[in-house]
Design a protein around this ligand. Structure first.
Ligand SMILES: NC(=O)C1=CN([C@@H]2O[C@H](COP(=O)(O)OP(=O)(O)OC[C@H]3O[C@@H](n4cnc5c(N)ncnc54)[C@H](O)[C@@H]3O)[C@@H](O)[C@H]2O)C=CC1
Ligand SMILES: O=C(O)/C=C/C=C(\O)C(=O)O
Length: 482
């Protein structure tokens, strides 16, 4: 059985403990590879390599850093079929989604920041005829990137690309649930000639490897995407060491549908915002609010469409929903179905494990689920579920829907459906959310600030925000009056 390896100091190496744990294919429930069970000593080796590489990488021209990143992007493109197949197998997502979204975006992340660093400029402030201030931006040194399992290579590369473009050396940890494409990326980095120690990938559990990254004194910043609880642990540990933090955490996003919306567009996009990637995207609109005059019509049409969704094994070209990432996560989502029933909800469709046959009979499949009749304050409507489960709730007025939408601890993404341009902007201003989509969902311009308010995170990723995060500003004040 294939054993994945860490990527440290430019080489593929075993974990020092020589211990591994199982990697499970969620489509079949079967073990198919072995993941390094790395620990603090592997992280220390990686940090040593990164520290050694840093002076050279920092002084490598941005043009050369950019060229190497473009080579990596090109190799991702050339190996896109292998990468997409690996992502789909590791995560359970449909092969089509991996081919059309995950892997193209990983390539784009490299291309985007390879170009972004060439355009990155910093500020200057003139004080009439007294002085000129200019700001230098220098890489931080060694930084940590910790990523989740839902969009594995997509989010892993979203973090490491601005870091290395800005001249930092990186210790990166992919999720132990989906490590495969990060492993394949380490081979690509070797082939592309990325200098040793610039990127180090240490596989293993969060409480071991993630914790060692968070606690290591030589790691100056942490960029993390994942659950809010894990974000809290990281934030509390990093705070005592004054590390810079960028946290992309959970969401409980409202999808607000006003009566004057383009009905067909709102309906078809709501299918995606509810169930894309089996609902395992932090941007999914898991709370659908529909204005009363069109509530029954929307509900009926939505359920009809949900009932037509094809759940299948990930490599089925017609699959619209694949497998849930793990048994543990599937059980978590199912526990929320039970909770919703206890809280008085009616299951309009779904609510059960989806039974497959043959080699897929032990895989982790769930029916897409729609629930109505719940109070907006109940746990089902307040907690992040992160699966193919949405609630649907009627509302009468703009004020009422804003109150319900803003009632959660999260503030990541909102979608607003209306043809009234004034209302769209007014609601966008009043909603507590880092990202607002009007009459669309998940249109991504990588230059825009991306992240959440409230317990959805800290800081913003994307574009120059990310390059600012991974650099230290130093202001220089020049007296021009002598
Ligand atoms: N993108 C998102 O917003 C995501 C949200 N989630 C939410 O979080 C819930 C829990 O899922 P998990 O897989 O447990 O996510 P998680 O937040 O624990 O995992 C994300 C990453 O953090 C690492 N990690 C875990 N504990 C750590 C620690 N103590 N120190 C440093 N790193 C650590 C993990 O190994 C993984 O690489 C999900 O049910 C979902 O609600 C999960 C994944 C992605
Ligand atoms: O950057 C994007 O386009 C999407 C990001 C998604 C997440 O951060 C997530 O699902 O965790």
């Amino acid at each position: 059985m294939e054993k994945l390896q860490n990527y440290i100091n430019g080489e593929l190496v075993e974990p020092l403990s020589k211990c591994y744990f199982d990697n499970i294919n969620p489509a079949t429930g079967k073990v198919y590879s072995q993941i390094p069970d790395s620990d603090e000593s592997d992280v220390e080796n990686a940090v040593r390599a990164a520290k050694e590489a840093f002076p050279l990488w920092k002084n490598t021209t941005k043009q050369e850093r950019s060229r190497i990143m473009v080579r990596i992007a090109q190799l991702i493109f050339e190996k896109r079929d292998e990468l997409a197949a690996a992502e789909s197998k590791d995560n359970g997502k449909s092969l089509k989604l991996a081919e059309t979204v995950d892997i193209p975006r990983a390539r784009e992340n490299f291309e985007f920041f390879a170009s972004g660093i060439l355009h990155f400029a910093s500020e200057s402030h003139q004080m009439e005829d007294t002085a000129i201030n200019y700001t230098l931006r220098e890489p931080l040194g060694v930084v940590g990137c910790i990523s989740p399992w839902n969009l594995p290579l997509y989010l892993f590369t979203w973090k490491i690309t601005p870091a290395i473009a800005a001249g930092n050396c990186v210790i990166a940890k992919p999720s132990e649930v989906t490590p495969m494409t990060a492993y394949l990326l380490s081979k690509i980095c070797i082939e592309a000639g990325l200098p040793k120690g610039v990127l180090n990938i240490v596989h293993g559990y969060g409480h071991k490897v993630g914790n060692a990254i968070t606690e290591n004194d030589d790691i100056k910043a942490i960029s993390f995407t994942g659950g809010t609880k894990t974000g809290q642990i990281i934030a509390s540990k990093a705070a005592t060491k004054f590390k810079k933090l960028s946290l992309e955490l959970g969401g409980k996003n409202p999808n607000i549908i006003f009566e004057d919306c383009d009905f067909d567009k709102a309906l078809s996009t709501s299918m995606l915002s509810s169930f894309a990637n089996q609902g395992q995207i932090c941007l999914c609109g898991s709370r659908i609010f529909v204005q009363k005059p069109i509530y029954e019509k929307f509900k009926k049409a939505f359920i009809e469409k949900v009932n037509q969704l094809k759940i299948s094994y990930p490599s089925d070209p017609d699959a619209q929903l694949g497998a849930i990432v793990s048994k543990e996560h599937m059980d978590k989502v199912l526990s929320y179905v039970e909770l919703a029933k206890e809280e008085g909800g009616t299951i309009l469709t779904g609510g059960k494990k989806y039974e497959m046959e043959g080699e897929y009979k032990d895989g982790f499949y769930l029916e897409p689920t729609v629930i109505e009749g719940l109070s907006y304050t109940c746990r089902t409507n307040q907690e992040e579920i992160f699966g193919p489960l949405v609630t649907i709730t009627p509302f009468e007025t703009e004020e009422e829907v804003l109150k319900m939408a803003n009632s959660v601890e999260y503030g990541l993404a909102t979608t607003i459906w209306t043809q009234d341009v004034t209302r769209a902007h007014r609601v966008a201003q009043k909603i507590e959310s880092g990202v607002v989509w009007i009459n669309c969902w998940l249109i991504r311009d990588l230059r825009t600030p991306f992240g959440g308010m409230k317990n959805s995170g800290l800081g913003r990723e994307g574009g120059f925000e990310a390059l600012r995060f991974f650099t230290e500003p130093k202001n220089v004040c020049v007296n021009v009056n002598i």
